[in-house]
Write a protein that binds this ligand. Sequence first.
Ligand code: ATP
Ligand code: MG
Length: 283
Amino acid sequence: MKNLKIAIQKSGRLNEKSVLLLKNCGLKFDNYKSSLITTVSNFSLEILFLRDDDIPGYVESGIADLGIVGENVIDESEAKVHYVQRLGFGKCTLKLAVAKDSTMKDLKDLNGKSIATSYPTILGNFLKENQIQADIHEISGSVEIAPGLGLSDAICDIVSTGGTLKSNGLKPFADVRNSEAILISRPELETDPILCELLQRIQSVLRAQETKYVVLNVEKSNLPSIVNLLQGVKSPTIVPLAEEGWVAVHTVITEDDFWHKINQLKSAGAQGIVVMPVEKIIM
Ligand code: ATP
Ligand code: MG
């Protein structure tokens, strides 16, 4: 079977998590910082390490079959690629921001103003949708300093914590779009068996990431209310304990669900609660 090629970021915010995801899928490969391409020894896949801006275009033109890249970069490139799977990392928001003492309140206040950004396409579409006429100044980096230098009235840039905005005397003004890392493919690859197998592995890793294996002890008389609280992958496993009248309950639930139910479980008689990570969940 011919190998597929997947393009991931060579270095930067998505590199480490992209590599980790592929390794968690059981793929074995060398990850030398100097190499631009590596072969997976136990799966029909080659990995290309690229600048993230180049990934949508490589996938659209078929040089790569698959890619892992932020939605912001795909939208900005306007490449025609197939969205296969959201990956849950690299979350950020493309935001408009203005000087912290600015009196601008409404999107309409941007009319006639200038906005510095590295995302002219996404910003242009957003302004058009909101019927705003503003000048877009395209700059390739350090966008946050543009208002301070008198280059623009506002900026449009990626924000995750907001710390960089604040330290440059800016405040968020409006959200343009949310983004996260996503697996993309060439459109015609949708039913490819290698992609289907890789996707199954990725989904089992993603499911496991939000799930915990929980074991707790309970007196048999309290078992019905505990079982009622635990709606796992299937009904929980009940194992007798050496101590007469007690059982251990094993189940798999989402971490969010666990934190919501912890106090109810304790009130219902759960003791010695142990929570463990889950590596994969195959459905
Ligand atoms: P490259 O050298 O590959 O072109 P880059 O400098 O353009 O890298 P990074 O800063 O590494 O890009 O960010 C890669 C992606 O990570 C962004 O396009 C975005 O999808 C996501 N991301 C998540 N949080 C942030 C953040 N706080 N700032 C910038 N990007 C973020
Ligand atoms: Mg880039």
